[in-house]
Design a protein around this ligand. Sequence first.
Ligand code: ZN
Length: 306
Amino acid sequence: MFVADAHCDTLYQIAINGKAPGRCVVTPQRLAAGGVGLQTFALFAGREGPKGTPYADGLAMLASASWLNAPMLTDDLPEKPPQTPMGIFSCEGGEMLEGALERLTEFQVAARLRMIALTWNFENEIGHPAAEGPKGGLKPFGRKLLAAMDRYGILPDTSHLNEAGFWEVCERAALPPIASHSDCRWLCDVPRNLRKEQVKAIVDRGGFIGVNFYSKFLKSDGPATLDDVVRHIDALCELGAQHVIGFGSDFDGIELWPEGLGDPSGFPTLLDALRKRGYSEGILEGLAGMNLWNLLKRAEREAKIK
Ligand SMILES: [Zn+2]
């Protein structure tokens, strides 16, 4: 079964923390063991937010992708999902663009970004982070950026964005909103998780939600287990989200995870648990990878510039 993952921080570990690629959680071997055909690698700009060197960090992470030993898809996606591990790029923290659309063009030519998380945990030129709550929606550059992202076919990633920003993205973006690595707020009340209304809005627009494996987003008290991941997936499906959900593991960005799900080789165990729970093969195929794949293909088709 084709597995796709919408978020990991492996390039940050390699380029910024100086970790050897073989010592990262996400490796081509583990991706292959987990059946992962498509792994999204984030260019993470949040180390010090806009006050740091997010643009330079982004370039360093992009350069470090060549050490991964996994082919990166920077052209149109193939017709069928890859059978062996391949990567795509995303951006986590729009401050990487330093408030300039020229930077977007530059990264688009070099990396073909598929999704941009508009903020990380700091306020930036685009908007406000989830942790800040209702501090207003997008800023003027955020609005310009959304329009440019639509032209390029880049999905607006609202994981880390505040709620006012989320609703403005829903209103303004032609492409559907996604949350690449967030869970259910009504099961675990942290600002990084989604409220029911947000999930419904993503379902209505045909977006995407990647279930995050971070223990603290799955369960507020004590370590989370595989059952907690299933619990969040059940809750999303109860809201009709079975065709818009998938995985956003957050591997190499989290320090606590459910036992058995600490690296990409754990995906088959999770899929087996869902199978036992009664999910049909068709729903599982979507959830495992095809929901994300189909949306990425749609974004590509709707792009005006490539
Ligand atoms: Zn994140």
